[in-house]
Design a protein around this ligand. Structure first.
Ligand SMILES: Nc1ncnc2c1ncn2[C@@H]1O[C@H](COP(=O)(O)OP(=O)(O)OP(=O)(O)O)[C@@H](O)[C@H]1O
Ligand SMILES: [Mg+2]
Length: 113
């Protein structure tokens, strides 16, 4: 099992949501977050003095999947979020040792799928 954490541009959320739906990924957690990447939150054209990072509004998706859904999920996020511009986002893939569906007590893959 993997936990896929994707940080995307907020305005790309509808496209990512649609691409995930088309890939039959229907479970997700979505949060509003702030963050910055290698531009430290500034536009490439910014030429002023930088003494601290600039935190920009982003959307964070968390999607727990079984192994066979890792690639379809990653591909769908890229399809929905990619423009080719800086700040398109990043995807982190984490090993996920456990998952429990509280209602039934199911564990592991059965609880995710
Ligand atoms: N190494 C990191 N650790 C934690 N969060 C990160 C990291 N890199 C990026 N992020 C998060 O992802 C968001 C989007 O990152 P972003 O797409 O700007 O990455 P980047 O590495 O700067 O690539 P690009 O040059 O394409 O902009 C950031 O605002 C931040 O919230
Ligand atoms: Mg960046």
């Amino acid at each position: 099992m993997k936990l896929i954490v994707a940080i995307i541009q907020p305005e790309k959320l509808p496209d990512v949501k649609k691409a995930l739906f088309d890939a039959e990924v229907h479970k997700m957690t979505v949060s509003n977050v702030i963050g910055c990447g290698q531009q430290k939150g500034y536009k490439e054209t910014y030429r002023g003095a930088i003494s601290e990072v600039n935190l920009l509004k982003k959307v964070r998706l968390e999607i727990a999947v079984n192994e066979d859904f890792v690639k379809p999920t990653v591909d769908a996020v890229i399809k929905g979020a990619r423009t080719g511009n800086i700040g398109d986002g990043k995807i982190f893939i984490l090993d996920l040792p456990g998952c429990i569906r509280i209602r039934t007590g199911e564990h592991g893959s059965a609880a995710i799928g």
